[in-house]
Design a protein around this ligand. Structure first.
Ligand SMILES: CC(C)(COP(=O)(O)OP(=O)(O)OC[C@H]1O[C@@H](n2cnc3c(N)ncnc32)[C@H](O)[C@@H]1OP(=O)(O)O)[C@@H](O)C(=O)NCCC(=O)NCCS
Length: 214
């Protein structure tokens, strides 16, 4: 994720030890007792990465419990985002006076099946990747990841839902950037109409990141 985010954002990507590092008690208390081992493993890695990223920023590695909505509850004056898939996990953290919100997402680089593709992509996005966007990479997975990043950046600002068809993503393959326009009425306040992000596609992973600047 480091390559997708500006210098004001600290990034930690899980190494082997992160997946087994115990969460802090305040964090563990917000993980369901019924969580299966795979869920416990990704939760541990996400929290370990969050602590490491906070330390990199010069902040104490304070607990990041999960809220009732599952969104991470960052310490005051800190914003951040967590993503995990398979053996990849990352956290991105910044001081709230530098950055208003962050959303990061990593997905396995797999083709979406048709029902999922329809759920995720708007008609204009379908047209774009069948036309000027071209076949490679599999753009619906990029749209999916971009929208997950948008949602993670949007939610802490608004506290509300955003559907996949409520946002139109326009990638620029030449620069690895995208804009995401929110097409539904926004509540008054800090939520931007257009969010800006970056994407990267490797054989294994599709990664995206969105930053709303202060
Ligand atoms: C919440 C959601 C975005 C998580 O994405 P995912 O690809 O399934 O999973 P990831 O591993 O990338 O991310 C999971 C992490 O996102 C974070 N997260 C969960 N809910 C969140 C929210 N409402 N806001 C911000 N971050 C959230 C958590 O840190 C979570 O990890 P944790 O539970 O271990 O702490 C997704 O499950 C979801 O509900 N999407 C539907 C809404 C949406 O994306 N709309 C698109 C509109 S443009």
């Amino acid at each position: 994720m480091r390559d997708l985010l500006p210098g004001a954002v600290a990034v930690a990507v899980a190494d082997a030890s992160a997946w087994t590092e115990e969460p802090l008690p305040e964090e563990a208390a917000t993980l369901s007792e019924r969580a299966v081992p795979a869920r416990r493993r990704e939760f541990r890695a996400g929290r370990a990465c969050a602590r490491r990223a906070m330390t990199e920023l010069g902040l104490p590695p304070l607990p990041v419990p999960a809220g009732r909505d599952r969104a991470p509850v960052w310490p005051s004056r800190v914003v951040g985002s967590i993503s995990h898939t398979g053996d990849y996990c990352a956290a991105a953290v910044a001081r709230a006076d530098r950055v208003r919100s962050i959303g990061i997402d990593a997905e396995d680089n797999l083709r979406l099946d048709e029902p999922t593709r329809r759920l995720v992509c708007r008609a204009e996005e379908e047209e774009w990747w069948h036309g000027p966007g071209g076949e490679a990479p599999h753009w619906p997975t990029v749209f999916f990841s971009a929208k997950e990043s948008v949602y993670k950046a949007w939610f802490p600002l608004v506290g509300g839902w955003l559907g996949f068809h409520d946002v139109r993503v326009e990638p620029d393959p030449a620069t690895g950037t995208f804009t995401a326009r929110v097409l539904v009425p926004r509540p008054p306040g800090p939520a931007p109409e257009v969010l800006h992000g970056r994407f990267a596609v490797s054989p294994d992973l599709v990664r995206t990141a969105v930053v709303v600047t202060a």
